[in-house]
Write a protein that binds this ligand. Structure first.
Ligand SMILES: CCC/C=C/C=C/C(=O)SCCNC(=O)CCNC(=O)[C@H](O)C(C)(C)COP(=O)(O)OP(=O)(O)OC[C@H]1O[C@@H](n2cnc3c(N)ncnc32)[C@H](O)[C@@H]1OP(=O)(O)O
Length: 296
């Protein structure tokens, strides 16, 4: 199937091996680069249970697709994501705790199972060994900001608005943002201000906070830059890039001693790849030769 990408109007080949999705568009704008779009534009890409599950499924799938080396995630229509679907998503939660046929203990277990499955669908982004770049425009709130906190790199357009919105719907955020945000940014004080108040944050403020690393004048600029970045990453050795992602994730969650031991053990095998020789030869040619790497 061919789909028209918003970023350049060029027709791109859709990935043929993926399951069929109801609310996601998945294409391959450049060799080894997957482009995943949340696609409920009429509902500002708010996450109903189906779309939520599809996010987990697509990243689990792309993790195993050896032809894919980097991924761009964006929203279609006017926004990146307006958070949990306040009708369908909340209905799924309330159906559990308003079920009079069940006691508190059983309701709690059912809720735990549901929250855990929601968490896992976003953690699939972090666990995917390929770098994921989110390209954010318009609203990115609640569950949406949780999604981007699991990504490797965040770019946005200048119209983007961010909010850790959960307190406004009466819950403590539980699908990743509170757990990841202070590993991303430096200001615990600002994090708390944002999380306790749910106030909107502009793209410029998100940049100064460190949540996004670049801001572009338009969404098209943001998408083009995100796809160009993904292509640059995809042209590197996948052994080196994926080992780097795993090591950065591990280092974030462990002591320096533990994580330096992790890369020691990792590289005693991974250093022996043909990619090292190919990359070194290309570097010595001063750009005259381009290294081509086998899939992993
Ligand atoms: C265990 C899991 C726990 C997870 C918790 C997650 C929590 C959260 O995500 S908290 C955040 C919840 N989201 C919101 O509070 C946002 C609600 N939406 C809005 O405030 C506005 O829609 C928004 C500012 C995002 C955009 O405004 P705009 O004027 O551009 O669009 P609208 O005309 O308001 O909306 C267009 C249609 O989209 C529907 N819609 C928007 N957001 C949601 C949503 N979150 N859930 C369901 N539907 C949404 C809106 O109803 C309009 O639909 P229609 O009336 O049929 O045209």
């Amino acid at each position: 199937m061919l789909l028209r990408s918003r970023c350049s109007g060029v027709l791109y080949r859709s990935l043929s091996t993926l399951p069929a999705f109801e609310h996601l568009l998945v294409t391959e704008p450049k060799k080894h680069v997957a482009f995943v779009q949340l696609n409920r534009p009429d509902k500002r890409n708010s996450l109903n249970p189906k779309l939520w599950k599809e996010i987990g499924t697509v990243f689990d799938h792309l993790a195993e697709d050896s032809d894919i080396r980097s991924i761009v995630l964006a929203g279609s229509g006017k926004a990146f994501c307006a958070g949990i679907d306040l009708k369908e998503g909340i209905a799924k939660l309330t159906a559990i705790f308003q079920d009079d046929s069940s006691d508190v203990a059983r309701k709690a277990r059912s809720l735990r199972k549901l929250i855990s499955s929601f968490q896992n669908d976003f953690t699939a982004i972090e666990k995917c060994p390929k770098p994921v770049i989110s390209a954010v425009h318009g609203y990115c709130i609640g569950a949406g900001i949780n999604v981007i906190s699991a990504c490797d790199i965040r770019y946005s357009s200048s119209d983007a608005t961010f909010s850790i919105k959960e307190v406004d719907i009466g819950i403590a955020a539980d699908v990743g943002i509170l757990n990841r945000i202070n590993k991303i940014v430096g200001s615990d004080s600002l994090t708390r201000e944002l999380a306790y108040t749910a106030r909107d944050m502009t793209a410029q403020e998100a940049f100064e906070y460190g949540l996004v690393s670049r801001v572009f004048p338009t969404f098209d600029d943001c998408l083009s830059a995100s796809i160009a970045l993904a292509e640059t990453i995809a042209n590197k050795s996948p052994i080196a890039v994926q080992g780097t992602k795993l090591t950065l994730n591990y280092a974030r969650d462990h002591t320096i001693e533990d994580s330096i031991n992790f890369i020691l053990t990792w590289n005693q095998s991974q250093l022996q790849s043909e990619d090292l020789i190919k990359s070194a030869m290309a570097a010595m040619s001063k750009g005259k030769e381009k290294a081509e790497f086998a899939n992993v």
